[in-house]
Each structure stands twice: as structure tokens, then as C-alpha cells.
Design a protein around this ligand. Structure first.
Ligand code: HEC
Length: 229
């Protein structure tokens, strides 16, 4: 992938060198006429394109994904804690069912960006990974089994027009055990009842501290990144 960007950058560089050479030729060899305005504009346009390189776009998408998921996670946990304080775990489950998706997304302030949490062992079937996401999850799962840390990842999808930012969610135990830990040990019977009546196909129990719980997945169209630069 990296080689690909370098190649593109070089191509851009070459285009602007050609443009300059063209301008110089017009200056030095031609009759003493004024340079057409368009020639200057063309050169400047090429310089502008070069200034925002593919690498910068990619780095900016990565930073954006990082900051969105960090904020979304914080927002989700704060709301979860509040819901537990207000009505206990059962009520908090219903709260998550209604609000989780919205809470994940409300921070981006951009409708073109889709923020999700996905997991192969999901509670809500709509959090099942896509084919692309499943491959990345598999790599994260491998790392977690080997005791290795997973860095956030960014990939180009849909013919390079969209970035897929992902970040592993490692199960921290603690509070999360009450709804995702071991049934009847960490999760009370009454909580289990609320889970099964709201999510009859729940797979999201039995997690232990350090397990891969899932990942954040953010779909960022490239044009939105360029707009921001
Ligand atoms: C009050 C119970 C409760 C607690 C506590 C809780 N969760 Fe959940 N979790 C849920 C419910 C309910 C869903 C499904 C939300 C939905 O419908 O989108 C869910 C979904 C998820 C998902 C999305 C994938 C899936 O399984 O559908 C992840 C990831 C997740 N939880 C991680 C955590 C982590 C990490 C913690 C601790 C910070 C935590 N949860 C604490 C109830 C809980």
C-alpha cells in the first residue's frame, strides 16, 4: 500500500515539474509576450494537488478515526454508567438497546461517517461484522490469543474512495462483567432474563478480562477527509 502512495506522490511531483519546465520554456525561448494566465493557474493548481499528498490524507483519516472512537467510547461509558445508576443493569440493557447506535454516531457531526462496534460474538445481530471487518477482526483475535497488542488499522475500501478505520476493543472486565461476563457468576439471573428477552440470539457472554470483545469500525469517505485538510 505504502509503495502505491509513494508512486502517486512521485507522479504528482513529476506533473508539477513538467508544468514548471513548460512555463520556463515559454519564458526563455518564446517571443517577449506575456505568459497566458492559464499557464500560471495550471502550475499553481498542480502545486496545490501536491501539497495534499495521499500520505497526509491517510494520516488525517487515521487521526480522525482515533479521536472519534475515543470520544464515542467515553460517551458510551458515561451514558451506560448513568443508566445503571438510574435503573440498575436491567434498565441499562434496555437503554443500550435503544440508544447504543445513536451514541456511537452522534459525535462525528458528519452524516457521511458511520461509526459501529462490531463483534463475531455479538449481542445485537446488527453488530455482526461485514466481510471486510471479519478479516480484520480475525487478525485482532489472533493477536489477542498470542498476547500481542493490536494497533489501530486503516484500509482503503470501495475502490479507494472510503477508508475503513478499526480499533480493537479488549474486554476490561469490571463493570462490563455484569452484562458480558460469565452467566450466573458475573451476570445475575434477573439481568440474564432481560438480556434473553431483548436479544434472543445473544452471543456476547463469557468474556474474560483481556479477551478481544470486538472492534470499533469507522467508515470515512476520502472526500470528507480532504474537505477537512
Ligand atoms: C447494562 C449491561 C451492559 C454493560 C454493563 C455493558 N454492556 Fe456491552 N452491550 C450491552 C447491550 C445490551 C449491547 C447491545 C447494544 C445494541 O443493541 O446495539 C451491548 C453491546 C456491546 C458491544 C457491541 C457488540 C455486540 O455485542 O452487539 C460491545 C463491543 C460491548 N457491548 C462492549 C462492552 C464493554 C467493553 C463494556 C464495559 C465498558 C460493556 N459492553 C458493558 C449491555 C451492556
Amino acid at each position: 500500500m505504502i509503495r502505491n502512495f509513494n508512486y502517486k506522490e512521485k507522479a504528482m511531483e513529476r506533473i508539477s515539474i513538467y508544468a514548471w519546465v513548460f512555463t520556463l520554456l515559454v519564458f526563455s525561448c518564446g517571443p517577449r509576450e506575456r505568459i497566458p494566465k492559464e499557464a500560471f493557474e495550471e502550475v499553481n493548481k498542480n502545486m496545490e494537488i501536491k501539497r495534499i499528498s495521499e500520505v497526509e490524507i491517510l494520516e488525517s483519516a487515521m487521526e480522525w478515526g482515533d479521536s472519534l472512537t475515543t470520544k464515542a467510547q467515553k460517551n458510551l461509558i458515561e451514558n451506560l454508567q448513568q443508566a445503571i445508576a438510574d435503573g440498575g443493569f436491567g434498565e441499562a440493557i434496555k437503554f443500550c438497546k435503544t440508544n447504543a447506535t445513536e451514541l456511537e454516531n452522534e459525535l462525528s457531526g458528519n452524516e457521511e461517517i458511520l461509526i459501529r462496534r462490531v463483534s463475531t460474538k455479538h449481542r445485537n445481530p446488527s453488530n455482526a461484522p461485514t466481510e471486510e471487518e471479519a478479516m480484520i477482526l480475525e487478525a485482532y483475535a489472533y493477536n489477542s490469543e498470542q498476547g500481542l497488542e493490536s494497533d489501530p488499522n486503516i484500509q482503503k475500501i470501495e475502490g479507494g474512495e472510503v477508508f475503513l478505520y478499526t480499533k480493537a476493543i479488549i474486554f476490561p472486565g469490571g463493570l462490563c462483567n455484569n452484562c458480558h461476563g460469565k452467566p450466573e457468576v458475573d451476570i445475575s439471573k434477573s439481568t440474564l432474563e432481560v438480556i434473553s428477552s431483548n436479544y434472543p440470539e445473544d452471543m456476547a457472554t463469557g468474556f474474560r478480562k483481556g479477551d478481544l470483545r470486538g472492534m470499533w469500525s469507522v467508515r470515512i469517505p476520502k472526500k470528507e477527509v480532504v474537505k477537512r485538510l
